[in-house]
Ligand binder design. Structure first.
Ligand SMILES: C[S@@+](CC[C@H](N)C(=O)[O-])C[C@H]1O[C@@H](n2cnc3c(N)ncnc32)[C@H](O)[C@@H]1O
Length: 237
């Protein structure tokens, strides 16, 4: 049975709201974040349906529309904690515990996801690509990246850091994807640099930018989808 949001009596949200509005208890910016969280329907749905994060709905929506994840595929999930996308990937490729076909990585620890191998390490560590490929045991059909740098409050810095992560993820995808594979990554509005976009356009059959409904409208977050990898090109492609 679906759980009622906000505790057994369903009043947890109101009680917390009362606590949060008590003067001096919490910083206004944190209070705004918490209030938005409490009132967010995706947070309640994630809890009721057993997803680790509201972010799961972003992948669900994109995959429902573009049919990327299919049973038997291999998936790499970059920036996976707390594991919502990993859960969706495991569910849709039907990855089983004995022979996991989903490998997730994050430098933050996360609880095990049955059907996935989880690596606790920095994707930017030189050893990470090798470890991911070793754990997967074959070329991935899909590389997912929901990586986001911790925010500093300085918009330009935050933007550049996340763009750098998207670029690192794209370089990795271009190196390892199986022909016909797909790359889906978080980016920012106007955030995919022209040079990278041009390379992706040469290497994939189709490139799209999208903003799923579960992505907050006030956030500049977007997703870049590169579909149908044409394979590694010789001669500097
Ligand atoms: C938006 S969260 C991912 C949410 C996740 N997709 C889900 O559905 O639960 C972004 C994650 O990227 C991770 N991250 C950022 N930079 C990273 C890096 N260099 N290596 C590994 N993980 C990174 C963060 O630790 C954070 O957990």
């Amino acid at each position: 049975m679906a759980q009622k949001p906000g505790g057994k009596d369903g009043k947890g949200g109101r009680a917390l709201h009362a606590r949060l509005t008590k003067k001096g208890v919490i910083k206004p910016s944190s209070r705004r974040w918490l209030e938005r969280h409490i009132n967010d329907p995706y947070v309640h749905r994630a809890k009721a349906e057993g997803w680790r994060s509201r972010a799961a709905f972003k992948l669900i929506e994109i995959d429902d529309k573009h049919k990327l994840l299919k049973p038997g595929q291999r998936v790499i999930d970059l920036g996976a904690a707390p594991g919502g996308w990993t859960q969706v990937a495991v569910d849709r490729v039907k990855s089983a515990d004995g022979a996991p076909r989903v490998v997730a990585i994050d430098y933050l620890g996360m609880d095990a996801v049955p059907g996935a191998t989880v690596l606790e390490m920095d994707f930017l560590d030189d050893a990470a690509p090798g470890r991911l490929m070793e754990a997967l045991g074959g070329a991935p059909d899909i590389v997912l990246s929901d990586m986001a740098a911790p925010t500093t409050g300085h918009q330009r810095t935050d933007h550049l850091r996340t763009v750098a992560l998207t670029e690192a993820a794209a370089e990795f995808a271009l190196e390892v994807l199986a022909p016909g594979g797909h790359f889906l990554a978080k980016t920012f509005q106007g955030g995919t640099e022209n040079e990278l976009l041009a390379r992706l356009k040469r290497s994939f059959a189709e490139i799209r930018h999208m903003k799923p409904k579960a992505s907050r409208s006030e956030s500049v977050e977007m997703f870049l989808l590169a579909k149908g990898f044409k394979g590694r090109q010789t001669g500097g492609g």
